[in-house]
Design a protein around this ligand. Sequence first.
Ligand SMILES: [Zn+2]
Length: 555
Amino acid sequence: MVRGKTLFDFIDPKEFRFVHVCSSCGHPHFSKGEERKDSCLNCSGSKYDMVPFFNPAEDYALDADYYAITMMYALWKQNVHKNKVVYDDFYRKPPFVRGVGDYRGELGGYVAFGGLGHLISMLDHLYFNEQDIEYLRQQPEAFDEAFLDELRTMRFSGDLYSIEEGNLVFPHTPTLRIEAPVWECIWIEAMLLNTINSESLLLTKGSRLVTVTGGDVLLEMGKRRAQGRDSSVYGAKMAYIAGFDATSNVKAGKAFDLPITGTMAHVYIMFHESEYEAFKSYADTFPEKVILLLDTTNTLESGLPNAIRIAKDMEQRGQRLVAVRLDSGDLAYLSKKVRNRLDEEGLHYVKISATNDLDEATIASLKQQGAQIDIWGVGTKFITAYDHPALGGVHKIVARSPFQHEEKGDGESYKQDDWISLIKISESIDKVLNPGRKKVYRLYDHNHMAKGDYICLAHESLEGKEEIVLKHPTNPLKSKVIRHFTFEELHKKIFENGGLVYTQPDLPQIRNYHQSSKATFWEEYLRLEVPEVYPVALSDELRELKEQMIAGNKQ
Ligand SMILES: [Zn+2]
């Protein structure tokens, strides 16, 4: 085996689905089909034990809710499963945002869009393996063998358009647009929402923490409290995109090439005969990166004096203590005391780090109290999105291609560019879907600050327009006229006919992109409490289509 490679770098389980293991000598042969006629390459034997072959690290086909499979089957039975449809993904309410006091106005807020990289790799390796098919075969629905056989060759074959990972999105703005056979859109729903909702939620949480800490060092340390293994790893990835400086999660560090960091735990100090001994042995081992934990016995009476002694010892050897860490007590009071003492000793360069259930609100409050903290370690409250643990993004059908009997000019349907727009009417007006195949523009002023998002039908264009009226989606009294603007179409083509056509940026690029996207928004839209509502408006044509369809539905 070549170092650093695995079997899956040489053999693609999408193509080679079986291993024929020679019954006499055990030699494996990778095969495309269930039959193997050739004799064993090793011993010329001709009997084999056959096992399905797939890469368990890329096993996504059953990342679905069961109704997806049953609907796929029912569509297959009617032979309409390959009819093309358009799906939009969007959310209705931004997370974490709170009003203050008795504030009852409309709340703003944003989502930092995350999970696209993960989604791309899943869609690119999406296939039913033989064990998946066997599992479905055992279900009481007794799926037709011909259906199961068609699943074998099923892949994502559609077009996917997406906002780029790290950009900011607002309620009702489609983050993704998918054009694919209907059964594929249904198949991927749960997997897609699971990925985009969870990673966008954590990217947003991380982004808010970065807003609060400003230029301070921010560390992700949530591994032990995350809701499972995957979320700890992908959470660390989102923290990095958000602008965190490093993670304590070694697995995430390896998987995504993130900077990893760590200090020491109480166990290291308790194990030694004295706190000083513990500090000294650690400083001797890692003279370049020592951060000493002060609160094992008493922060100000014991931890701090011992740390100062170590710092002085280190100075004798031409070394510098990097930081001390506070992990309990009143962080505002202790950090000021510790800063004073360090400064009195001429140790201005020693930084102070703090951990202990920190969140955006506690950090904001500590800063407001003048806490002298340079390095923030955030764990539980970040990785679990503690104050708003779910993002309600949805995946909805908005158009379909005509059925055969509709092909020839049917005046009744809401036809747009050969697609029939669809709408679902709910009781509340803000829950009614925006129908049709759409695209999204973001408008900027002459300083490249974002003015609003403009959702229109796919055939519309802003090219050559001098003035735009952004109308509030549900309140006709609110509108904003925009002149002298530039614009950007937010959706990029990611997959075309199932093939990946998008050049994926690396993580440092996504991180920079998040920062520069965020910088195009005024603080009013980004602030943590009672943020201003960012304008997201529909084009007149889209609005008229929607109104017509609502009226048509009520008849
Ligand atoms: Zn053999």
